[in-house]
Structure formats: C-alpha cells, structure tokens
Design a protein around this ligand. Structure first.
Ligand code: GGG
Length: 357
C-alpha cells in the first residue's frame, strides 16, 4: 500500500510565496520516483495579507487545524510595511514552535559545489556542520515591560528564560547528534563572562550533560569569538549548540560564510513526534527582492529534503539533496543573482526537480 504524507503548506510572506512552489515541485518529483503520495493542503494565514484582512496573524483554531498534519512546510514571515516585525513573528512562527513543542531548530551549514564562498581556498567537504538552536525559550521571551514611558526615566526590561528541562533536552539532542557523526565534536556557544546568570547556568548544564557523553569532544567559546571563528576556521566545527538568539545569529552567519543564506534550510523539530515538525528556509521574506522572481529556491528545496527524511523517506530526502548538489555543480547551471547569475527562481527550481531520479 502506498504511504501518503499529509503536509500543511504555509507560504507566508514575500519570497516565501516564490520559493515554496519550487520546494513543492521538488517534493512532487521525489514522490513520483520514490513511490509515495503527498496530500498537500495550503493555508493563507501566517502572512501580512491575512493580518490586514483579519487583524491577526492566525485564526483562533489554527492549532486544531494543523496539529494532525505529518509536517508543516513553511516559507517566510515578515512584511514590516504592513505588520510590525515582532507582531508577525510572535503571532505566527513562534506560536508554531512553542505550541507544537518544536524545541530543536536544526540548521545545516555546508559548502555546496558551484557556490562561490568568501572563504578562500575552501572546497565542498571542508565545511559541513550543524547548528542546533534552542527553539522555545532563552532570549526569545515575552516577559518584561516598560515603565516611565515617554519620560527621561523610561526603562525597558526583558527576561531570558532557561529551564532545566529546556536546556538539558536541547543539549542531549545535540550530544546525541554529535555522537552519531564521525568527528564526534560538540561546541557550545556561551557568553558567561558578560551574561552573568543565565549563561553560567547554560555552561554548568553543558558540563553536566557532557558527563554522559565521554566519547564526544566538547568545547565552548564566547559568542563573539565563536562568530569570528565561523569566518576564520569554519572547518573546526561539527555540531554547534546554542541558545535561541545565539543560534539564530550563528545559523545566518554560517551559510553566509559558505556563499549565500539563500541555500540554507532549517527544521523545527518536535523529536517526540507528539506534534508536527516545521520546515522553513533560514532566510526571511526578503522584501527587497520579493516579487522579482529571483529568490534562490535552494534553501526551500533543501527543506523538502530534510522533511522527507523526517517523514521516514530517507532515500527520497537524500535524492533531493543529491539533485541540488548535482545541479549547482554543473558549469551551465541556472544561477540566481545571489549565486552570481541571472536565472529566475523557477529556472533553478525546475533544473533541480528535473535532476531528481
Ligand atoms: N523562513 C524564516 C523566516 O521567515 N524567518 C523570519 C524571522 O525573523 N525568523 C526569526 C527566527 O527564526 O527566530
């Protein structure tokens, strides 16, 4: 009997609406050759258009409507001309991550063939690591407030939240990943010299959890020098675990070092599979290039690969990634402007879908 995967498709804003169709094109090709079915249902919420019509980013029953899908395939959110950024993010993506307990944000950083990297002399294979970002707490809290607004004494406070459960579970996920990889290295991002309560606590939990993984070589760097080392020595890293904010920054910096953030995927994972996981490119809605049809679809297509692996279709997932590498490695590949060419989003998306066997 053919397995059919039920996927909720949420294009969102800006270039999300342009790259999601290319991700779906690759998924359809992978389903055809892989012999499985896809039941796709598209939703218009989590977008500025929806907000302008309804005064909110999501319908009241979004949780019930999405919870029984096998996965969520998401584009990008944010359209600052229409919705303040913190309203669009907190009103959509952060709700999904929290209510569906997608506490792992997994973000691969890899030098791809045919993608010119600013890292002189490095070739594919030299840079291949994973950023594991804590995804439900940390610096992304809405706890805090303002007092004396509009006066000279105006004061703003916002809390960071680290729970033992939240910190330990992301660390264990990262250590398990590191243990399963050939290099068995884990790097922790900290800033315990300046952030004097939450970050020493993070370090303490890293040390405690590491006791259960004597086979994994563990080190830590303050976030400032770690960012510098992403640029100077990206080949040092294997699995990098970070709090919500540090992980967000590092997972944009990593792909930028490998040439373009346009190729970077991410998986927001609920490891227990109680709820659906969500797959979205690292990039945002990119209002500066939206509507021009020139966005790089590779990040979204790579998300399709990660989603297939998560859905129990590892061969199909690997085939989608192979097709990406095959096409980008060709001298005559269609290249979007961020890759140094003048191809359209669809040109590149079609070439990759056609390469899926
Ligand atoms: N596809 C990713 C996206 O829409 N990102 C918008 C954004 O601002 N994300 C911040 C975050 O990932 O926490």
């Amino acid at each position: 009997m053919t397995t059919t995967h039920r996927i909720a498709v949420i294009p969102g804003d800006g270039i999300g609406k342009e790259v999601v169709p290319e991700g779906l094109r690759a998924l359809a090709a992978a389903a055809k050759t892989g012999g499985f079915g896809l039941d796709l249902v598209e939703f218009d919420f989590a977008s500025a258009d929806y907000y302008l019509e309804h005064g909110k980013m999501l319908p009241d029953d979004w949780f019930e409507r999405l919870r029984d899908f096998d996965a969520l395939f998401f584009g990008a959110v944010g359209w600052p001309d229409a919705v303040p950024d913190h309203v669009s993010l907190w009103g959509s993506l952060l709700q999904f991550r929290r209510r569906f307990d997608q506490y792992v944000s997994l973000r691969p950083v890899r030098l791809l063939p045919g993608v010119a990297s600013p890292l002189a002399g490095r070739v594919p294979g030299d840079v291949d690591f994973l950023v594991v970002r804590e995804n439900t707490e940390g610096e992304y809290s809405s706890i805090g407030g303002k007092i004396f607004e509009g006066t000279d004494r105006e004061t703003v406070v916002q809390e960071t939240v680290m729970t033992r459960t939240g910190v330990d579970r992301i660390l264990k996920y990262a250590f398990d990943l590191a243990r399963a990889r050939p290099r068995q290295r884990l790097t922790s991002a900290t800033k315990s010299n300046g952030i004097s309560i939450s970050m020493p606590y993070w370090d303490e939990r890293v040390e405690r959890v590491a006791e259960g993984y004597p086979d994994v070589a563990t080190d830590k760097y303050h976030i400032d020098i770690l960012a510098a080392n992403f640029v100077l020595h990206p080949d040092w890293f294997d699995v990098v675990v970070a709090s919500n904010l540090f992980g967000d920054i590092l997972s944009d910096l990593g792909p930028a070092c490998t040439g373009t953030i346009g190729v970077a995927p991410s998986a927001n994972i609920n490891p227990e599979r109680t709820f659906p996981s969500l797959f979205e490119p690292v990039h945002g809605s990119a209002p500066d290039i939206a509507g021009k049809g020139i966005a790089n679809p590779v990040g979204q297509i790579w998300c399709a690969s990660m989603m297939l692996e998560h859905l129990g279709e590892p061969a199909a997932g690997a085939e989608v990634l192979r097709a990406i590498e095959d096409v980008l490695g060709r001298a005559d590949a269609p290249r979007t402007p961020d890759l140094g060419g003048n191809a359209t989003t669809a040109d590149l998306g079609i070439a990759i879908a056609d390469a899926i066997r």
